[in-house]
Design a protein around this ligand. Sequence first.
Ligand SMILES: Cc1ncc(COP(=O)(O)O)c(C=O)c1O
Length: 413
Amino acid sequence: MATSYDITPPGESGLELREPDRLLAFRDQFPILARTNYLISNSLGAVPAAAGTSLQAFYEAWATRGVRAWEEGWWSLVAELGDRVAPLIGARPGEVVFQPNVTLAHAVVFSAFDFVPSRPRIVTDAMHFPSILYLIDQLRRNGAEVRVVPSEDGISVDAGRLIDAIDERTALVSISHVLFQSAFIHDVAAIAARARAVGATTVIDGYQAVGAIPVAVHDLGIDVYIGGCLKWLCGGPGAAFLWVAPSIRTRWEPRLTGWMAHEQPFAFEPKLARRADAWRFLHGTPSIPALYAARPGLEIINQVGVAAIRARSVRQTQRLLDLAAAAGYRCTTPADPSRRGGTVAIDVENGLEIARSLKSLDILCDYRPGAGIRLSPHFYNRDDELDQAIAAIGEIRATGAWRAFTTRKPAVT
Ligand SMILES: Cc1ncc(COP(=O)(O)O)c(C=O)c1O
């Protein structure tokens, strides 16, 4: 489908600029950055101006082409956008399809499992995203036996303990690539190697990883990788994606399925004849406007490049950790950069109220119980914005300004 908007790399000479400047040159494409210190890309990435144009294009297609819009691009958008995610996760064209959200993508995959008495076990960890833990817990009703490996420090989960929990009775290993609370990066390859050795399937939730750290699905030895555009891909809600290793795809028959998984959906046959490709994991009508909204963010992240994003993120998260340490704050984020994703969590007293005060100052971040105030710089953030956030935390604490925010209900972030 032709795009009627233009995402311009920042100037013809953009790639010759020094790396920090090259990345900052993308700032202009994100209107909110002009007025807001935006440090919340772990929750909701900033919207590119081109998303507005893209959504308008969705409307125009609907208004002018009507139902023909399906055959003129809407129907294949789940795969077209999948091909824009593919380079970000080291997948090949045709291997990624879109899903409405990360929870549902997991539910589709989980629905393909039979938890037989000889292999009933699911191994996960206590720091997995709650939504996925809820799904896993429900699978007990299908005969699953669940092992939840605890965290000893509330920041990380020991890979050795996970590996020890995986045995020949394990059907499924489900973990996050980057933990949502602490940004700890799991040693996915080591855990997947153990799973593979005993014949278990590895399903990775990469929501906090894709767009923030390099991902190479074919090298990790995993079976399934799931992510979404809402956060580090600046794509808004309703656009998640699923990669299933092509070698195992046709072995699986998800119970959660639908007409889009059928070889000939428009034959409207009463019996399901499953497709052999990535569409096999689709179900009902996709969220087309969400896919339009997500496309510009994907294009920009591909232009910026994940390696450049990661290099900057390692440096900026270190800067935050150093500033926090100088101020005497405890951080619940890994100190080792090779195990740290894009977020720094600062656990100070009255963190919830301080995060709300920051928001009132147009410094956007969030707060999670057990983690603290989470600051998540992305490629478009300047160093002085990090300095400003830490200085503001100090001032809010010193003046007691946070007290004004004690009564309000927690905002959704
Ligand atoms: C790691 C991780 N997994 C899953 C989710 C939930 O995703 P969804 O709402 O798309 O189901 C989140 C949301 O913050 C997350 O951070």
